[in-house]
Design a protein around this ligand. Structure first.
Ligand code: XIL
Length: 364
């Protein structure tokens, strides 16, 4: 059924309740395309990380992203190594293609990422002094953020700042930025983004904050300290992104996660779920069983979150199992493909999708 956007919007508004009742969440998902950011939509916006290469080469992927997502985020195309491979060379083609795709399909888009230890091009290791590192960091942010001002309203400015097992807020992960500037690189990056695009929502994105155990408690404690430190110094920041790369067996610390979220809310910061997927490398091989465990893991996490806060968006790190980062790091021993995402490799909705649909509706 082809519909123009306005009529599809009306159709969705009129039938949303009926669809929810008569179809499973997955079927409703497959049938509909939620017009993102539309005033009528009261659902939590859903989005996915996308790959420019796959968008160009795989028409089904392209159509499915356009139909099912409210927003996208580039999986790699705005990282330093992609967009700024040499000191005096920026390459915007792929990032531009994603921004154009979002615009053409009336999707939102988030930027990822400006100050991270990963995906740094080799030339950045030559930055010899604090002054030089600051100059390059700020130049990069000004160049990239100003190019997409008005098109990219939300940035993961700081990504994964804490070391794996931090002691306190100063346990910042080593990188050229930390090595040359110390923790000061966080305020520098956030202020540079704010002054380049005063309307942009600035996000600090972190992972491994949801589990039970001393390491994860330390991460939650240190993250709160870090957020307070930024707030006490009037550093601009609007939201915390919980990546939510979940592991089925690890056991979510419901109380720990909920008090972290309550602290974030008390600091008047928004929360986004930025990179949800469920890493399934050590789950049973039987597909049905595995998909159910993946869905249950996400339900446990989203259930705990949504009791405390309404996330501004829920994004998964990819939409379909056809394109996922998971096997690069977490390949299955039995050689079967990973299934961490809402749609399978043939774009069929899985139980994980139903779970996301359920929580998108829950607080509305
Ligand atoms: C990953 C991409 O998915 C991979 O394709 C790439 O090779 C490495 O980075 N946390 C993040 C993301 O913030 O940027 C990472 O993305 C996944 C973990």
């Amino acid at each position: 059924m082809t519909m123009s956007l306005p009529s599809r919007r009306k159709f969705l508004t009129q039938t949303a309740a009926g669809l929810a009742l008569s179809l499973s969440g997955a079927a409703a998902f497959a049938e509909s395309r939620r017009p993102l950011g539309s005033a009528e939509s009261t659902l939590i916006p859903y989005g996915a990380a996308v790959r420019a290469g796959a968008l160009a080469s795989d028409p089904t992927y392209r159509a499915t992203i356009a139909r099912m997502c409210d927003m996208i985020v580039p999986e790699g195309e705005m990282k330093w190594s992609d967009i700024h491979p040499k000191r005096d060379e920026y390459r915007f083609e792929n990032a531009d293609a994603l921004v154009d795709f979002a615009r053409q399909n009336h999707l939102g888009i988030r930027g990822h990422t400006l100050a991270w230890y990963g995906a740094l091009p080799a030339w950045t290791s030559e930055l010899a002094s604090a002054a030089e590192a600051e100059r390059e960091l700020v130049d990069h942010i000004e160049t990239v953020v100003s190019r997409y001002r008005g098109a990219v309203p939300s940035w993961d400015v700081v990504n994964e700042p804490l070391i794996d097992w931090p002691q306190d807020r100063s346990s910042i992960r080593p990188s050229i930025w930390m090595n040359r500037l110390g923790p000061e690189y966080l305020p520098i990056a956030l202020k540079a983004t704010a002054s380049t695009d005063p309307d942009a929502k600035l996000v600090l994105n972190e992972y491994d904050v949801e589990y039970r155990g001393a390491r994860f408690e330390a991460r939650r404690r240190s993250l709160i300290q870090l957020l307070r430190w930024l707030r006490d110094r009037d550093v601009p920041l609007h939201a915390v992104g919980l990546q939510a790369h979940l592991f089925a067996g690890r056991g979510i610390d419901r109380d720990g996660l909920q008090s972290l979220l309550a602290e974030i809310v008390a600091l008047k910061l928004d929360v986004l779920i930025t990179e949800l997927d469920v890493i399934d490398f050590d789950l049973p091989g039987k597909i049905k069983e595995r998909d159910a465990l993946v869905a249950a893991t996400a339900a446990e996490f989203l259930g705990a979150c949504c009791e405390v806060v309404r996330p501004k968006a829920i994004l998964t790190w990819g939409l379909t199992d056809r394109y996922t980062w998971v096997p690069t790091y977490f390949k299955r021993a039995d050689g079967m493909p990973n299934r961490p995402l809402p749609l399978d490799a043939e774009f069929k909705p899985k139980p994980l999708f139903d779970v996301i649909e359920e929580y998108r509706r829950k607080l509305t």
